[in-house]
Write a protein that binds this ligand. Structure first.
Ligand code: IMP
Ligand code: MG
Length: 181
C-alpha cells in the first residue's frame, strides 16, 4: 500500500503553542545554568530549532546520531553514528527528542550521558506515545502526548520522507497496492 497523510493530529498553531509552553518550563528551570541542548538526529531538528528560538538565555547545542535498533528491538542496543562534540562533564544536559515510543532509545541515551558526569540530565521530547512504552524511562518535558498511531511531519519521518511537513499527521494507506517499481 502507498502512504498518505490521513489526518492532521496537531496543526501549526497547536505546535507553536506547545513549543512556547515547553520553552517556558525550560526557561524557568535552566535560565542562568547555560544548559547544553543535545538534539537526537534527525527527527529532533525541527523541534530543536523552534525551541531554542524561544529560549532567550545562554545555552549551547550539540547533536548525537544513533542507529535505529530495528532487528534488535528487544535488547535496546543502539549504535552511535555521530557523537556529541563538546565536553559534557559538569554541564546541564537537556536531551531533545522528537518522540518517545517504546523508550528503548531514550533509556540507552540516558545511561550513555549519565556516564559523562553531567551536572544534571533531563529529557525534552516534542511528542510522546505513553501507551507504547516497554521500558520505564523518565521524560521531564513533554510537548504533547499522542495516541498509539504512526505519525509524520514536524521532523518525524516515514522512510526518511515527510519530515518537512509543518504539522503532525497520522500516516495511513491510500488503498492502492504498491507496484514494486
Ligand atoms: P523508541 O526507542 O521506541 O522510543 O523509539 C523512538 C524513535 O523511533 C523516535 O526517536 C523516532 O525516531 C522513532 N519513532 C517512534 N514512533 C514514531 C512515529 O510514530 N513516527 C516516526 N518515527 C517514530
Ligand atoms: Mg529519533
Amino acid at each position: 500500500m502507498g502512504k498518505v497523510v490521513a489526518d492532521i493530529l496537531l496543526n501549526e498553531q497547536e505546535i507553536k503553542s506547545m513549543v512556547k509552553r515547553v520553552a517556558a518550563e525550560i526557561k524557568r528551570d535552566y535560565e542562568g545554568k547555560k544548559p547544553v541542548l543535545v538534539g537526537v538526529l534527525r527527527g529532533s531538528v525541527v523541534f530543536l530549532a523552534d525551541l531554542i528560538r524561544e529560549l532567550d538565555f545562554e545555552l549551547t547545542i550539540d547533536f548525537i546520531s544513533v542507529s535505529s535498533y530495528s532487528g534488535t528491538k528487544s535488547t535496546g542496543v543502539v549504535r552511535i553514528i555521530k557523537d556529541t562534540e563538546q565536553d559534557l562533564s559538569g554541564k546541564h544536559i537537556i536531551l531533545v527528542e522528537d518522540i518517545v515510543d517504546t523508550g528503548l532509545t531514550l533509556s540507552y541515551l540516558r545511561a550513555l550521558f549519565m556516564d559523562r558526569m553531567p551536572a544534571s540530565l533531563a529529557v525534552c521530547s516534542a511528542f510522546d506515545k505513553p501507551d507504547c512504552r516497554t521500558v520505564d524511562v523518565p521524560v521531564e518535558y513533554i510537548g504533547q502526548a499522542i495516541p498509539d498511531k504512526f505519525v509524520v511531519g514536524y521532523g518525524l519521518d516515514y522512510k526518511q520522507e515527510y519530515r518537512n511537513l509543518p504539522y503532525l499527521a497520522i500516516l495511513g494507506d491510500d488503498g492502492k497496492e504498491d507496484n514494486n517499481e
